[in-house]
Design a protein around this ligand. Structure first.
Ligand code: NAD
Ligand code: DAU
Length: 331
C-alpha cells in the first residue's frame, strides 16, 4: 500500500501517521501538509525515515496531481478545523476544505485511486439537550458555522463524484477527538494548559453544551477499518458513546489535576454555538467489527494531561499566540 495522508502534521493526522507507521510496517507513507499554524513537522520526527514529507497545499492542483498519481490510496485529513477561527475569517476554510477537496477528487478521478474523506459530525447541525436522538448516516446535513458548512460542502462534493464519476471513495464523520498533539486552541488542551499555567478553565456561555468525546486512537483505528473493510461510496459515523457536557469535562480535569471543582470561569458564548452532538455508530461497528478501546474517559484524560505536562516545549509558543486571539475575541 502506498498511502498519501493529507494533513498528516496536524492533530489527528499526526496520530494516524505514527500509528500506521507502527502497525503497518510494509506500507509506504507520504504526507502532504501546508504546515499552517496547526501543522508541526516535528511531530513526525520519530518516523522521518519511514515517511516522505511534502510541504504543500491540497488546493494546489499540480502537487496534488503528482502525489495522487504515485499512490494507491489517499486519506484526506487536511482542513482548517477550528469553529472560532471560521467565525473570525471564513476564507481559509473555503480554500482548504472546499477547493482542496475538489482538487483531490479531480486527481483521484483522473488516476482511478481510492479516497477516504475525513469529515465531522458537525455537518448534521445540532440536537436539543433533552432529545434522545443521535445522528445516523441518514440525518440530513444542516451545518451551523462556516467551518461545518465548508465540511458539509466537501462531503457533498465527495458524494457527487462517487455518483456521477464512479470515484472509489468512502466518507467518515466523527465526533470530538481528544488526545496528544491537539492544538491548544481546542477545548480540552486549552483547559489543561490553562490549569498548568495557573489560569482558570474558561467555559463558553453556561458550559452546558454537550460533545460526544472519542480518543484520537479510536478514531484512527476506525479510519483504518474503513480503509481496509469499508464499502465504496458509503458514509460511516464514528463515535464512542462519550456524551458529556463541557462543565463535566472541566470538573474531571480539575479533579484529576488537584484543583477545587469551582475553579473555572464562564466567558462569552460562541455565536451560533451548537448545543449537542451525539453519534450512533452501529453501522461502522456492524460492518467493520470496530469497537472503541478507550471507553474510560478518566483514563484517556489522565493520559492526555500527562502528555501536556511532559511536552510544554511543544505547546508554550502556540499557547501565547492562541490566548492573544481569544483575548481579542473576548473569550
Ligand atoms: P488540525 O487543525 O489539528 O490539523 C489540520 C492539518 O491540516 C494541519 O497539519 C494543517 O497544516 C493541515 N492543512 C490545513 N490546510 C491545509 C491545506 N490547504 N493543504 C494541506 N494541509 C493543510 O485538525 P484536526 O483536528 O487534526 O482535524 C483533521 C481532520 O479531521 C479535519 O478534516 C477535521 O475536519 C476532521 N475532524 C476533526 C475532529 C476533531 O475533533 N478534531 C473531529 C472530526 C473530524
Ligand atoms: O464534533 C467534531 C468537531 O469537534 C470537529 O469537527 C472540529 O474540528 C473540532 O474542533 C471540534 O469542534 P468543537 O467546536 O466542538 O470543538 P472545540 O474544542 O472548539 O469546543 C468544544 C466545546 O467546548 C464547544 O461546546 C465549545 C466549548 N469551549 C471551547 C473552548 C475553546 C469552551 O467552553 N471553552 C473554550 O475555551
Amino acid at each position: 500500500m502506498r498511502l498519501l495522508v493529507t494533513g498528516g502534521a496536524g492533530f489527528i493526522g499526526t496520530n494516524f501517521v505514527l500509528r500506521t507507521a507502527a502497525t503497518r510496517p510494509d506500507w509506504q507513507l507520504t504526507v502532504l501538509d501546508a504546515l499552517t499554524y496547526a501543522g508541526n513537522r516535528e511531530n513526525l520526527a520519530s518516523v522521518a525515515g519511514r515517511v516522505d514529507f511534502v510541504h504543500g497545499s491540497v488546493a494546489d492542483a499540480d502537487v496534488v496531481d503528482r502525489l495522487v498519481a504515485s499512490c494507491d490510496a489517499v486519506v484526506h485529513f487536511a482542513a482548517e478545523s477550528h469553529n472560532d477561527n471560521s467565525l473570525d475569517d471564513p476564507w481559509p476554510f473555503l480554500e482548504s476544505n472546499v477547493i482542496g477537496t475538489y482538487r483531490l477528487l479531480e486527481a483521484v478521478r483522473r488516476h482511478a485511486k481510492r479516497l477516504h474523506h475525513i469529515s465531522t459530525d458537525e455537518v448534521y447541525g445540532d440536537l436539543e439537550l433533552d432529545d434522545p436522538a443521535r445522528f445516523t448516516e441518514d440525518t440530513p446535513l444542516n451545518p451551523s458555522s462556516p467551518y461545518s458548512a465548508s465540511k458539509a460542502s466537501a462531503d457533498l462534493l465527495v458524494r457527487a463524484w462517487v455518483r456521477s464519476f464512479g470515484v472509489n471513495a468512502t466518507l467518515s464523520n466523527c465526533s470530538n477527538n481528544y488526545g496528544p498533539y491537539q492544538h491548544v486552541e481546542k477545548f480540552i488542551p486549552r483547559q489543561i494548559t490553562n490549569i498548568l499555567t495557573g489560569v482558570k478553565p474558561k467555559l463558553y456561555g453556561q458550559g452546558r453544551n454537550v460533545r460526544d468525546w472519542i480518543h484520537v486512537d479510536d478514531h484512527n483505528d476506525a479510519v483504518l477499518a474503513i480503509l481496509e473493510r469499508g464499502r465504496s461510496g458509503e458514509t460511516y459515523l464514528i463515535g464512542a458513546d462519550g456524551e458529556l457536557d463541557n462543565r463535566a469535562i472541566v470538573a474531571l480535569l480539575l479533579e484529576l489535576m488537584g484543583k477545587a471543582g469551582d475553579w473555572f470561569e464562564l466567558v462569552s458564548d460562541r455565536p451560533g454555538h451548537d448545543l449537542r452532538y451525539a453519534i450512533d455508530s452501529s453501522k461502522l461497528r456492524a460492518e467493520t467489527g470496530w469497537t472503541p478501546r478507550y471507553q474510560d474517559i478518566r483514563a484517556g484524560l489522565t493520559q492526555t494531561i500527562s502528555w501536556y505536562r511532559d511536552h510544554e516545549d511543544w505547546w508554550a509558543g502556540a499557547k501565547a499566540r492562541t490566548e492573544q486571539t481569544y483575548r481579542r475575541l473576548g473569550r
